[in-house]
Ligand binder design. Structure first.
Ligand code: NAD
Length: 498
């Protein structure tokens, strides 16, 4: 009999899945006000998954009103932190309980392997909520060091209505990094998932209600960026806008804010991260496996993807050969097969974009030594064999622009100074890796890297305890850890004459 380790189990589950595709406003599922929908197909085989509500200004108005009314009514914002914690923990529990269904929705929607959706995405989402919920009744405010005839209170309070616009690469985790601290702090929340992956967010809304989050406090508006995304970003009654996505859209959101009510805008944007391997790396085999994983995991659709591999010249040839070998293990497979490591690219337009960079790399004079071809583990699917370019210089488009796909650029360097200068020569500053056995170099180099996250002798480490975000055009503010609460609170100083 088929079980959850079999492709046939997941294919049968997918065939019988019932998919909710309406917006969630004020505690109920509703069609878009104008009845508009868009067709959501799967990148696995182009099957139609659902006709999803295509929200716009009128829907944004309704959701913002529901959020504002619930905030003002105090049904959530005025509950004790310990009560909000308990409800959020229940929400996380429901996400775990419905993990297989949510994981399947994401896999069908955006093509990632079911094995990753069930582990990385479900655990990452539940853990984000649990960690944040656990923190909220342990944070204290401050008393200022005043003269004895005055009392100075420094308190944090919820900002009010928070709207979040998120991408498709980790649909639930990117949302949870926003809604967990926003809700924990007492705000009311509107989530605009990507039009490329709206289904799990829509389903989570029902679970939030079931957990006890009152109606109006958690709303979901599926639709496009230039319609409902823009409507939220320009809305006069949204207090804070949080975003994860591309740098271009992040800049646009800052303009919308300036043109409307100067709402706070916090952005997690693009990346072109350098993974720097010195000849004295403690274990070159491990480093090569990690370098391959850094560009192939989630089909390279990761903001922190190690897309620039900087290798010390003396080991460049031998090390790159190891990376090529390691990348062969990431051949795309059926996303519903639990043994698949690399799934589909999110849709055909993203696939074309990735292929266009493969062409560009060749035209620029870099050497494509492996991959870059279309693959067809499933008929009509969007699959690409991971590509590795050698003889790359940092000014080429493949090394300076974010591709957001499995395309690796290998750039040799001679000295530590040169490696640092290449690593930092980017408009982005999201993350970086450095591999060396030299402790002094590890510290010296890490401290000079212009990146929000630095990994030494590993790639992509971290958990909810550490903040995540970027320098430069990779954004502002931080998700995760206690630092995340800064986005969802205003700080008030109250002076009391005694
Ligand atoms: P995107 O910027 O195209 O879209 C992100 C979201 O913005 C989507 O929901 C989209 O509908 C919305 N949007 C688009 N135009 C808009 C507009 N004019 N007004 C309002 N909303 C608008 O990004 P994407 O393709 O979904 O995701 C890939 C990008 O996300 C990459 O650049 C990647 O680096 C970035 N990303 C960053 C992080 C991080 O934490 N720094 C994490 C994941 C992804």
């Amino acid at each position: 009999m088929a079980n959850l380790h079999d492709l046939s189990f997941w294919q049968a589950k997918a065939a019988s899945l019932s998919i909710e595709s309406r917006a969630f406003i004020n505690g109920v599922y509703v069609d878009a006000v104008d009845g508009g929908t868009f067709e959501k197909t799967s990148p696995i085989d182009q099957r139609l998954l659902a006709k999803v509500a295509s929200c716009d200004q009128a829907d944004a108005n309704l959701a913002v009103k529901a959020a504002r009314d619930s905030f003002n009514a105090g049904v959530w914002s005025e509950r004790p932190p310990a009560v909000r914690k308990k409800i959020l923990l229940k929400f996380a529990g429901l996400i775990r309980e419905h993990g297989d269904e949510l994981a399947l929705l994401d896999t069908l929607d955006m093509g990632k392997p079911i094995g990753d959706s069930r582990t990385v995405d479900i655990n990452g989402t539940a853990r984000a909520i649990e960690w944040t919920a656990e923190a909220i009744d342990k944070i204290y405010d401050e008393v200022a060091p005043t003269a004895s005839n005055e009392l100075g209170l420094v308190t944090r309070q919820a900002v009010g209505v928070v709207a979040a616009i998120v991408p498709w690469n980790f649909p639930m985790i990117m949302a949870a990094w926003k809604f967990a601290p926003a809700l924990a702090m007492g705000n009311s929340f509107i989530l605009k998932p990507s039009e490329k992956s709206p289904l799990s967010a829509i389903r989570m809304a029902q679970l939030a209600l079931e957990a006890g989050i009152p109606k109006g406090v958690f709303n979901v508006l599926p639709g496009f960026g230039h319609t409902v995304g823009k409507a939220l970003a320009r809305h006069m009654d949204v207090d804070t806008l949080v975003f994860t996505g591309s740098t271009g859209v992040a800049k646009q959101l800052m303009i919308y804010s300036g043109e409307s009510n100067m709402k706070r805008v916090w952005t997690e944007a693009g990346g072109k991260s350098a993974n720097v391997v010195f000849a004295d790396a403690p274990n070159l085999d491990e480093a090569a496996e990690a370098a391959a994983g850094a560009i192939c995991f989630n089909a390279g659709e990761v903001c922190t993807a190690g897309s620039r591999l900087l290798v010390e010249e003396s080991i460049a040839e031998a090390f790159t050969a190891k990376v090529r070998q390691a990348m062969k293990k990431w051949t795309p497979g059926h996303p519903l097969d639990p043994t698949t490591k690399m799934g589909a690219i999110v849709d055909s337009s993203q696939m074309q974009r990735v292929l266009s960079y493969v062409d560009k790399g060749k035209l620029e004079g870099a050497t494509l030594t492996q991959g870059g071809n279309l693959q067809a583990p499933v008929e009509n699917g969007c699959f690409i064999e991971p590509a590795i370019f050698e003889n790359v210089s940092n000014d080429m488009a493949i090394a300076s622009e974010e591709i957001f796909g499995p395309v690796l650029s290998v750039i040799p360097f001679k000295t530590e100074e040169q490696a640092l200068s290449i690593a930092n020569d980017s408009i982005y500053g999201l993350a970086a890796g450095v591999w060396t056995s030299n402790l002094s170099r590890a510290h010296r180099f890490s401290s000079k890297l212009q990146a929000g996250s630095v990994w030494v002798n590993q790639y992509d480490g971290g958990d909810m305890t550490a903040p995540f975000g970027g320098f430069k055009q990779s954004g502002n503010g931080r998700d995760k850890s206690l630092h995340a609460f800064d986005k969802y609170s205003e700080i008030k100083a109250t002076w009391i004459k005694l």
